[in-house]
Design a protein around this ligand. Structure first.
Ligand SMILES: Cc1cc2nc3c(=O)[nH]c(=O)nc-3n(C[C@H](O)[C@H](O)[C@H](O)COP(=O)(O)O)c2cc1C
Length: 139
């Protein structure tokens, strides 16, 4: 066998995984416009968990509702209102035997918005024009 340890238990700190297969975060643009999870989004992660991976890394989640969303339909964890949906998503993944992690996201200069200026660390423009303008944080 090419990867003899793939199906052995894995450990990240105190987190024990059933195997060493991990699902990389990939945004699916299935969230509501406010970044809350939808039934469709939960069903898609259930399919991944049902496939038998040890750890599902949920797609990049905006940490600041106004300036960090990278994609329409992207998920957000910026407000307390997002918590119940996130809890349901984690539960759905756990119910199928996988562990769940969440990627924190800040799209910086590539933030999606037509009205709110993007916050970016430097003056360097992104590959595509940023709608809504940019506010760089460097001097
Ligand atoms: C549709 C799509 C969505 C993605 N979303 C994310 C994401 O939310 N966060 C992230 O770090 N990478 C994201 N990626 C990158 C993937 O996680 C992965 O790193 C990339 O596809 C390279 O792996 P590969 O060479 O096996 O395709 C995305 C990729 C695709 C194709």
């Amino acid at each position: 066998m090419m990867f003899p340890r793939l199906f052995e238990k894995g450990k990240i700190g105190s987190l024990v995984l059933d195997n060493r297969i991990m699902k990389a975060p990939t945004f699916g643009c299935m969230a509501n416009p406010d970044g809350s999870v939808t039934e469709r989004l939960i069903r898609s992660y259930e399919e991944v968990a049902r496939g038998g991976v040890g750890l599902v890394i949920v797609e990049s989640a905006a940490i600041d509702q106004k300036s960090s969303g990278g994609m329409p339909g992207g998920i957000s964890i910026a407000t307390t209102e997002h918590i119940p949906g996130q809890a349901s998503l984690a539960q759905a993944i756990h119910d199928l035997g996988a562990k769940a992690a969440l990627q924190l996201g800040h799209a910086g200069r590539d933030k999606f918005s037509t009205t709110i200026p993007a916050k970016a660390p430097s003056r360097i423009p992104g590959p595509t024009p940023t709608l809504g303008g940019r506010r760089h944080l460097s001097p």
